[in-house]
Ligand binder design. Sequence first.
Ligand SMILES: Nc1ncnc2c1ncn2[C@@H]1O[C@H](COP(=O)(O)OP(=O)(O)OP(=O)(O)O)[C@@H](O)[C@H]1O
Length: 249
Amino acid sequence: MMTDESGPALRIAGLHKAFGRPAVDGLDLLVRRGELYALLGPNGAGKTTTLRMVTGLLAPDAGRIEVLGIDLTQAPREAKSRMAYLPDDPMLYGKLKPFEYLEFVAGLWGVTAHEAEPRARELLDWLDLSQHAHELTEGFSRGMKQKLALAGALIHAPELLILDEPLTGLDAAAARQVKDLLLSHVAKGGTVILTTHILEVAERLAQRIGIIRQGRLIAEGTLAELRERTSGARGASLEDVFLQLTAQP
Ligand SMILES: Nc1ncnc2c1ncn2[C@@H]1O[C@H](COP(=O)(O)OP(=O)(O)OP(=O)(O)O)[C@@H](O)[C@H]1O
């Protein structure tokens, strides 16, 4: 059977990818539906490579990926239609205005402009972009572009939202808007997987945290569970735990 509707949001088993040397090296991961999962790891640990394989942008050398119970190799279109990916350097079309961009993205998912309009309006309002609705995106700041790209990722109401460094470069107000949007997605039963180097974000938002190093999962759990795995005191911050777990042997 190809699809298991009761399957987890994401199941990765034995995932490998090498670029000359291994970038992802036997990764196993499980993300439950309805949770916000933070994937952490030092620079070059293999986080982006993993997300690109999960979203079908990069072919694994070996391993198995299942999204919402759907095998990514067997049913890539179905799997992709139910998730969204926000890369760390999202591409917008500078000559489009926000509504045009959102309608364009909606169209790629088979959602008509008419259907997309109320949702586009809601997302632009939520992300405080409505006052720029009639400007070309080429004049947008980096943070405004990032928020619009996030709105684009959400326009087809995906169940699984995958974001690579979604808060980098955002000012405090924008970061709050994005965090609220992600929490609301989870509150409605959706799933969020994000990478971040801002450990406080993971500490505050994530139900569970996975730490990868050299392409492998080295620790996973709630912050309390991760603390138990280290010699950190009960009040140890995620930063303390992270640095201890990722320190070179
Ligand atoms: N297209 C590519 N060609 C060659 N090497 C690559 C490519 N993409 C990634 N790599 C290598 O794979 C390894 C993992 O990179 P990746 O971008 O997945 O790490 P990351 O955990 O996302 O790091 P960061 O936190 O710095 O963004 C690195 O050694 C990187 O140089």
